[in-house]
Design a protein around this ligand. Structure first.
Ligand SMILES: Nc1ncnc2c1ncn2[C@@H]1O[C@H](COP(=O)(O)OP(=O)(O)O)[C@@H](O)[C@H]1O
Ligand SMILES: [Mg+2]
Length: 257
């Protein structure tokens, strides 16, 4: 079972979009995929056809409820959705940090440290799934740290704008700390996201980014990407002239998933 986290501590950079496209891409190849939504905005859950009133993720993490109670089936118009399970989010996920403090001794007994809780819970699902894809909130909080500790790979969608790239340093510092302490095999890829190559400033920033890091082929800013999410039809199902399909195809080919 391979665990992939999509992360960027900045909002609106295309994380949830990438999660949705990756989950569908893998499921369509016949893999059993778990989509874990750790963002209290629950956009990924919603796009995968799962809306819950109250998420049980905090209770699942601390061990008060078991995985059968949090695992739901995705629903959508296409057959591949049958390969997708969802652990859904809701705004109640915001209480996670509080619950972790309240249950500190229980957490220590089970996982040693709270950062390791998600890794522990996912390891109990390793027979069930080929992939876990995790969507994370736009901040460097418990959800993101736990995901970094649990994952094999972190995909970082990044917009080619000054403030977005500056924020990247904070995330990369955290990545290094986790790699040196809890998860030495953690790998990452930086994915230029929502790129408009007609804008000179974006081309310049992209070149600068490529000097600092190894970057993947970019995903362009395209109206059809928004339509893909609003109609719940993944981009790989679009016609052969679809630019989004081309971009995502090259991206998945470039990554060793
Ligand atoms: N490649 C793209 N082209 C155009 N719009 C995009 C693209 N990727 C994402 N979006 C749109 O941008 C907005 C933010 O994307 P989202 O995936 O929700 O970001 P995040 O999860 O990082 O907050 C959404 O409305 C989404 O549909
Ligand atoms: Mg999101």
């Amino acid at each position: 079972m391979k665990i992939i986290t999509i992360a960027n501590n900045k909002g609106g950079v295309g994380k949830t979009m990438q999660c949705y496209q990756l989950v569908c891409h893998l499921a369509n190849q016949g893999y059993k995929v778990l989509a874990l939504d750790l963002d209290s905005q629950a956009n990924l859950s919603h796009t995968l056809g799962v809306d819950v009133n109250r998420t049980l993720i905090p209770e699942w993490l601390i061990g008060d409820v078991n995985s059968e109670e949090v695992l739901l089936k995705a629903s959508g118009d296409y057959d591949f959705y049958q390969n997708v399970s969802v652990i859904a989010s809701s705004r109640h996920l915001a209480s996670l940090s509080k619950l972790l403090i309240l249950s500190e001794s229980e957490v220590r007994k089970n996982a040693g440290r709270k950062e390791r809780l998600l890794r522990l819970r996912l390891s109990q699902l390793s027979e069930k799934f080929d992939y876990v894809v995790i969507d994370t909130p736009p901040m460097l909080g418990d959800e993101l740290i736990m995901s970094l500790v649990a994952s094999h790979m972190i995909l970082i969608p990044t917009q080619a704008q000054d403030y977005s790239i500056d924020g990247l340093e904070e995330l990369m510092d955290t990545f290094e700390i986790i790699k040196q302490s809890e998860n030495p095999n953690l790998d990452f890829a930086i994915i230029p996201s929502m790129v408009n190559l007609r804008r000179k400033i974006e081309r310049v920033r992209l070149e600068e980014l490529a000097e600092q890091f190894r970057i993947t082929p970019p995903i362009r800013n395209l109206v059809e990407m928004q339509e893909s999410v609003s109609t719940k039809k993944p981009i790989f199902m679009m016609g052969k002239n679809s630019k989004g399909k081309m971009d995502y195809g090259s991206l998945w080919d470039s990554l060793n998933l």
